[in-house]
Design a protein around this ligand. Structure first.
Ligand code: CP
Length: 323
């Protein structure tokens, strides 16, 4: 498999399934195995040029579970602030012996550029509004796990091989969401149907790059059909014009509330990539209820990132699998 991990669309369904299986194995394996202790000489740099809580910390935990040496990079205290370019920054890190870079960038082209400048693995930790592929892999594992836990049996889905039967709604600020793009690309690979729901000003008016079963500003058009509802944060920091929708109206029309869930399938589950704004995008009692997979998404992101890092750095997980 390729060593850079930049976009879901670069990978086949087979390769993505292999990553999921690897992540699931890592979740269920004893990480004290000697193989994980032999990786100290492999150095991973985490460069976050936009804010992050869960992605940065889960990458750090994933790397430490693999036994890697992790270098944090505080961009505000770095020589980027003195005018050094991102190109010179990554070339410097490579010259210092860094073996792979995890990068969150605020410009969609940066990560591909960095991958061209340095011949070490580059892993996308969120690329402006373009893509967030490790979030998508973690969410894929979470959905597969829910299927295995028989959460969708009453909806006629009993095995992860039946992923294509799923009807998945993504709700909210679609146009600014890198998560929506990566999830849509992943759902396309596995044949699931994607529905996009939100205020018109936050819905794409162009080809978003993956097939969409329905785009609507009226949740009532599809709520009864959905197996999974994925709420998104309104990315106020990316809006070019002031957001004109009143928060109370937004919650009433697009928030994941008890009243909305009363119209959903009894088996419907709710996800959110985070960070979430409670009682706007999703009500607190839904976040904390049994239909919420949100904390499972966070937990599984560690194993997704372990799978991606171990692939990028040629760590012999299959060797552990064979033992
Ligand atoms: N889901 C996600 O990317 O969250 P953070 O911005 O906290 O990393």
């Amino acid at each position: 498999m390729r060593h850079n991990f930049i976009d879901i669309e670069d990978f086949s369904a087979h390769e993505l399934s292999e990553l999921a299986v690897r992540a699931e194995f890592l979740k269920n394996t004893d990480l004290s195995s000697p193989i994980f202790m032999e990786n100290k000489n492999k150095i991973l740099a985490l460069i976050f040029l936009e804010n992050s809580t869960r992605t940065r910390i889960s990458f750090e935990i994933a790397a430490k579970k693999l036994g890697l040496t992790v270098i944090g990079f505080d961009s505000e205290k770095s020589s980027l602030e003195k005018g050094e370019s991102i190109k010179d920054t990554v070339l410097t890190l490579k010259a210092l012996g860094v073996n792979a870079i995890v990068l969150r960038a605020s410009s969609a082209s940066s990560i591909n550029q960095v991958a061209k400048w340095i011949q070490i693995p580059v892993i996308n930790a969120g690329n402006a509004m373009r893509s967030h592929p490790t979030q998508a892999i973690g969410d894929f594992i979470t959905i597969r796990e829910a299927i295995k836990d028989r959460k969708f049996v009453d909806a006629g889905i009993a095995s992860p091989d039946e992923f294509s039967k799923l009807k998945i709604g993504i709700v909210g600020d679609i146009i600014h969401s890198r998560v929506a793009r990566s999830l849509g690309e992943l759902f396309e690979k596995f044949g699931a149907s994607t529905y996009l729901i939100g205020p018109r000003e936050l819905l794409p008016r162009y080809d978003i790059g993956f097939p969409v079963k329905m785009i609507t500003d009226d949740f009532g058009d599809c709520i009864q059909d959905l197996d999974i509802i994925i709420a998104l944060r309104i990315q106020l920091e990316r809006l070019r014009e002031p957001f004109l929708v009143n928060p109370i109206n937004y919650r009433d029309r697009y928030g994941i509330t008890k009243s909305l869930m009363a119209d959903a399938k009894p088996t419907a589950l709710v996800m959110h990539p985070g960070p979430q704004v409670r009682d706007l995008e999703i009500d607190s009692d839904i976040v904390d209820s049994d239909c919420s997979l949100i904390l499972k998404q966070v937990e599984n992101s560690i194993y997704a990132r372990m799978a991606v890092l171990s692939t990028a750095l040629n760590i012999d997980i299959e060797g552990v699998m064979r033992k």
